[in-house]
Design a protein around this ligand. Structure first.
Ligand code: HEC
Length: 152
């Protein structure tokens, strides 16, 4: 009979080995966390459906392209996103609010030039006096064109 194991002196220097399932669990958790991070990163990089629809609308309309270019040349993107609230309301929310309002273009063009506060909350939108009336009108049309983007 082999008695080697039972005759060895007790080994107090080493902890009992971790059960194998603990290692497996750690690996599984790490894989899940990695997948989660990759998934979130991928979603952040993707354009939302509203952004896609708006991009198509703009590509078909030279006037909207000018409005977009003017907005991009200014600081709007610091505070506005397409379909999410940032410092200011999203363009889709603005467009939906004024959908069907006849004087919306001139109203918003005026607000782009002279600023706004109190319509959406207490945060102030700064004025943009350097933007001409004509350019502000083009930008306002582009902002309002986001309305259908929200519905698609
Ligand atoms: C510093 C942040 C900031 C910048 C920069 C900014 N906005 Fe705003 N914007 C806001 C805030 C905040 C509101 C909400 C104001 C309110 O409640 O009346 C707003 C509101 C608006 C509205 C809706 C106004 C209304 O009466 O419903 C439009 C249109 C708009 N912004 C367009 C623009 C455009 C175009 C630009 C770039 C030329 C721009 N914004 C730059 C913060 C900003």
């Amino acid at each position: 009979m082999d008695t080697t194991v039972s005759t060895l002196p007790p080994d107090d220097d080493h902890d009992a080995p971790r059960p194998r399932w603990v290692g497996v669990l750690i690996v599984v958790m790490m894989v899940l966390i990695t997948l989660g991070v990759v998934n979130v990163g991928w979603r952040i990089l993707q354009n939302s459906p509203a952004e896609e629809a708006q991009a198509q609308r703009v590509s078909a309309d030279p006037e909207l392209q000018r409005g977009l270019a003017l907005a991009q040349a200014s600081d709007c993107a610091r505070c506005h996103m397409v379909d999410r609230k940032a410092v200011g309301p999203g363009y889709v929310a603005i467009a939906e609010r004024y959908a069907g309002q006849a004087d919306a273009v001139s109203l918003l063009a005026g607000k782009i030039r002279s600023g706004s506060v109190g319509t959406w909350g207490t945060v102030i939108m700064p004025r943009h006096p350097q933007i001409s009336d004509a350019d502000a009108t083009l930008i306002a049309r582009w902002v309002l064109s986001h309305a259908e983007a929200g519905k698609s």
